[in-house]
Design a binder for this molecule. Structure first.
Ligand code: ITT
Length: 196
């Protein structure tokens, strides 16, 4: 099975390739095709993922998988949520986003820094697929007071796992995939995928 990943995020690509390779699924990056990215204009993860998946299927003629994900921080009423990639403004990188998050939580301690990652995956077999496969996963943690670790991407250096005593960026990649919102969503997607 071959599919295109409707994402420009290399961290997501790496993790999803590792999760799907054992199932005989080859995941091609949409950057290998002339795909014009869509704007993520909707207020929900699932609608954004659908937009991205249909768009990539339209440009490539391949089945397309999209991942819309983000970090929901309780003390910030669920922000940055669907806006996680550009929390610190248009063109913001991971470092700026992480700095902004630490500033927003400066007043909060311990339990008050609870947060969760959320990942919604959508698979469309063709651009007008009337019944896309949809799966979701969440991962609970806290926002650390300072970044730790070099692994993963995005907010991983700030995502503290109280049970493990480390951040997501300090986990080996296969351990992150075993625990993460993305790993959970992908296993749910595989269970719902009749062709596999
Ligand atoms: P695509 O839309 O092209 O896939 P993106 O990075 O813009 O790439 P999203 O709109 O889904 O993707 O934004 C998700 C953001 O949430 C991402 O940029 C990270 O900042 C954060 N995020 C999602 N999963 C994460 C993870 O496993 N570890 C750390 N941060 C994560």
């Amino acid at each position: 099975v071959r599919l295109v990943l409707a994402s420009g995020n290399r961290g997501k690509l790496r993790e999803i390739q590792a999760l799907l390779a054992p199932h005989g699924v080859r995941v091609l990056p949409q950057t290998a095709f002339a795909v014009t990215e869509v704007e993520e204009t909707t207020p929900t993860f699932v609608e954004n993922a659908l937009l991205k998946a249909r768009n990539a299927a339209r440009y490539t003629g391949l089945p397309a998988l999209a991942d819309d994900s983000g970090l929901e921080v309780e003390a910030l009423a669920g922000a940055p949520g669907v806006h996680s990639a550009r929390y610190a403004g248009p063109g913001a990188d991971d470092r700026l986003n992480n700095t902004k998050l630490l500033e927003a939580l400066a007043e909060f301690r311990g339990e008050e820094r609870r947060a969760r990652f959320r990942c919604v995956l959508v698979l469309v077999r063709h651009p007008f697929d009337p019944s896309p496969l949809i799966a979701e996963g969440t991962w609970e943690g806290r926002i650390a007071e300072e970044p730790r670790g070099e692994g993963g991407f995005g907010y991983d250096p700030l995502f503290w796992l109280p049970d493990r005593g480390c951040t997501a960026a300090e986990l080996p990649p296969e351990e992150k995939n075993r625990l993460s919102h993305r790993g959970q969503a992908l296993r749910q997607l595989l269970a719902r995928w009749p062709a596999l």
